[in-house]
Ligand binder design. Structure first.
Ligand code: NAD
Ligand code: MG
Length: 341
């Protein structure tokens, strides 16, 4: 088993001795800024002038500065902008502010792993990546718990970058849940693979294909929705709590026999070969190159695919059924990125 770090493994005072700039006040940004401030860390938030978040951060009691000023004032900068925006903001406003001895932190490895951001020598470069969305990072902290996180160091100029990352993770509440060492390569590649193959891409395509198969065979869309989408949560909750074997313990023997004999026919050797090719595209940088180009050219293809997905008949029947089950979505915040990067 890999080593995990908990509360007593971190030196809380390291981060308390730094001037920290949290750049961005979105899902992760607000959680990091507020948790660190509650952990008695000297925090300022860097935002674009005119940012809609300025008021929110100020009314939460935080100091807000333009990005370049926050970066200049700070000696530890945590970049919590959307990954696709980070390079431009880094080049224009952060890089000129970096001094020997500063630290540059990330919550996801994409821009370092794919060479979009190349920090100067003399600067510690580390990652503290919570394995959960920002609103959970904040909520669990206020409840006295935390979200498990990964830490990594890609440049250890001070010789203390790992201790500093652990201290940051402590202030964030992550050492209450467990902190695991990784590398920028492993975090980035496994994060992309997970969201493409299993959590988002694999799951949504599996649900849609199952739904379409039933509807095309003449079954009611409502039945297909309940079977292929609604019930998914019940199964996932069991897997989350008890593992796959524990989930199988709770389902009927008929369901379990169907699972064991038919599952491998669906996810067959051809699908596994495709998974390996998707992983190859991640590791070679081909996916990153494609996504960066898509952003540069205005996201036309992305917007088309998104609109096509939203127009799928499963969304219409789902919206109608969920309207009759208000308890299903009651009180849920919209989660932008379930997979943590
Ligand atoms: P987000 O989209 O929720 O928030 C980004 C913030 O940056 C917003 O405040 C936005 O107003 C601001 N912003 C956008 N463009 C800007 C620009 N050009 N200049 C200045 N500010 C700008 O982003 P997020 O989901 O919090 O992601 C931040 C980082 O955290 C990313 O590296 C992401 O991979 C990582 N991460 C996210 C999650 C998650 O669940 N959301 C989990 C783990 C790691
Ligand atoms: Mg992720």
């Amino acid at each position: 088993m890999a080593e995990l770090y908990y509360e007593s493994d971190a030196d809380a005072t390291l981060i308390q001795g730094r001037k920290v700039a949290i750049i961005g006040y979105g899902s992760q940004g607000h959680a990091h800024a507020l948790n660190l401030a509650d952990s008695e860390v000297d925090v300022r938030v860097g935002l674009r002038s005119g940012s809609a978040s300025t008021k929110k951060a100020q009314s939460a009691g935080l100091r807000v500065l333009p990005v370049a000023d926050a970066a200049t004032e700070a000696d530890l900068i945590m970049l919590l902008l959307p990954d696709t925006e980070q390079k431009a903001v880094y080049d224009a406003e952060i890089a000129p502010a970096l001094r020997r001895g500063d630290a540059l932190f990330f919550a996801h490895g994409f821009n370092i792993r794919f060479g979009q951001i190349v920090p100067p020598p003399g600067v510690d470069v580390a990652m503290v990546a919570p394995k959960g969305p920002g609103h959970l990072v904040r909520r669990t902290f206020t409840e006295g718990a935390g979200v498990p996180s990964l830490v990594a160091v890609s440049q250890d100029a001070s010789g203390k970058a790992h201790e500093l990352a652990l201290s940051y993770a402590h202030a964030l509440g992550a050492t209450r849940a467990g902190v695991l060492d990784t590398t920028f390569e492993e975090e980035t590649e496994t994060d992309l693979f997970g969201e493409q193959v299993v959590l988002c891409g694999g799951m949504t395509s599996l649900v849609q294909a199952g739904f379409e198969t039933l509807v095309e065979a003449g079954y009611q869309p409502e039945s297909a929705y309940f079977e292929c989408l609604h019930e998914l949560k019940l199964i996932v909750d069991l897997m989350y709590e008890q593992g796959i074997a524990g989930m199988r313990y709770s389902i009927s023997d008929t369901a379990e026999y169907g699972d064991l004999t038919r599952g491998p026919r669906i996810i067959d050797s051809r699908v596994r070969e495709t998974m390996r090719r998707v992983l190859d595209d991640i590791r070679s940088g081909a996916f990153a190159e494609e996504w960066i180009a898509e952003n540069r050219s205005g996201r036309k293809h992305f917007d088309e695919l998104r609109a096509k997905g939203a127009a799928h008949s499963i969304e219409k029947v789902g919206a109608e059924l969920r309207a009759m089950m208000p308890f299903v979505s009651a009180g849920r915040e919209r989660v932008q990125d379930v997979s943590g990067g």
